[in-house]
Design a protein around this ligand. Structure first.
Ligand code: WQD
Length: 344
């Protein structure tokens, strides 16, 4: 019998792409979402891509009773826990919402799992937990540093990692895989699903693609005086397909009873803001208006990953390159200039 995976935040940008890969790999999926930063229109599109009728439930992960009911009614093999708030800037003005959703919400899910004896958990963490890099590329042995994390969003990921370590310390029959994402971008190659931020995007690539499609006037470059080859910030952008593969391989890894494991999920290649802008210009055939502005508070010059542990232990490797990321992002954005509210 297929293994049933609860995917919290399953209709979001990362969740929707994970659902496709999980189904391809033979898992059954129950999508749970509270639609706070996702669209119901994602579901018929996912059904079109997968050729499957999907099981979807309205769920807020802070709702203990709803979780208890869900676990009573379903026999889950594992939980892929992606439901969270993720806007760095917003987290500074709304810290309680971020701790409530991301920390308390995760603890509520873990508590329901414990009660119902489901002990396989995959968690979406972030390279943010490393703080300012002491060396590059970042491997998983690099210390994490809560004091250096400049925003509540990043701190919630750091805190949850500790909750998970302590939970595992108390009961090593859990299998917990923590994935530290670098910068997820791109979209499914069909152009049917992709990232659809509410309001102006906070992250670079959705911002660039909305400028390219004419929704926003210009790209603001947050500083060009960093100690990097062209002075702009360098990041490890990873195609959402590769990120989603990492989740499915993590679920397969659970068969080996791995205990608690932490993996970086990045390509190992850093690209600057200027390189990303010119890559999208090339793909879209549009010249983008740009403006250099002040550095953004809390940004570091360069971040990129050593993901060789995921290669060795999960058999995971990024297969998509920058061109694929831009092609798929542009395919999604140009077909859906207004995201999921564009008629399909
Ligand atoms: C990338 C680069 C900016 C926007 C953040 C979170 C991280 C993760 C992903 C997820 C930087 C520059 C950006 C713009 C710019 N969280 N930039 N103009 O900061 O690496 O990571 O998002 O959900 O936890 O910290 O990603 O895309 O915001 O920025 O010049 O309009 O682009 O300064 O160098 P970041 P980003």
């Amino acid at each position: 019998m297929s293994k049933l995976i609860l995917v919290t935040g399953g209709a979001g940008f990362i969740g929707s792409h994970c659902v496709i890969e999980l189904l391809i790999d033979g898992f059954e999926v129950l999508i749970a979402d509270n639609w706070s930063n996702s669209s119901k229109e994602c579901i018929p599109r996912l059904e079109k891509i997968t050729g499957r009728k999907l099981n979807v439930v309205d769920l807020d992960v802070t709702d203990r009773d709803a979780l208890d009911k869900l676990f009573s009614e379903n026999q889950f093999y594992a939980v892929l826990h992606l439901a969270a708030l993720k806007a760095v800037g917003e987290s500074v003005s709304k810290p309680l919402e971020y701790y409530w959703n991301n920390v308390y919400g995760t603890m509520t899910v873990l508590d329901a799992m414990k009660k119902h004896n489901v002990k396989n958990f995959v968690f979406s963490s972030s390279a943010t937990v490393y703080g300012t890099p002491n060396y590059l590329p970042l491997d998983e042995k690099h210390p994490t540093n809560g004091d250096q994390i400049t925003n509540p969003y990043g701190k919630t990921k750091y805190v949850v990692e500790h909750v998970l370590k302590d939970l595992y310390g108390s009961d090593n029959s859990w299998n917990i895989i923590i994935l530290r994402y670098f910068n997820p971008v791109g979209a499914h190659e069909s152009g049917l699903i992709g990232e659809d931020p509410r309001g102006p995007p906070n992250n670079l690539m959705p911002f660039i693609s909305q400028v390219a499609v004419g929704r926003l006037p210009e790209v603001k470059i947050f500083g060009n005086d960093y100690d990097t080859p062209d002075g702009t910030g360098v990041r490890d952008y990873i195609h959402i397909y590769d990120l989603a593969r990492g989740h499915s391989l993590s679920l397969k890894k659970i068969d080996e009873n791995p205990g608690l494991k932490i993996y970086n999920i990045g390509t190992g290649i850093g690209y600057s803001v200027l390189e990303m802008i010119s890559a999208v210009e090339k793909t879209s055939g549009k010249k983008l208006k740009t403006r250099i502005v002040e550095r953004r508070g809390g940004d570091v010059p360069s971040v990129y990953a050593d993901s060789s542990l995921a290669t060795r232990e999960l058999g995971w490797k990024a297969v998509k390159n920058l061109n694929d990321m831009c092609q798929d992002l542009w395919n999604w954005q140009s077909k859906n200039p207004n995201g999921f509210s564009t008629p399909n």
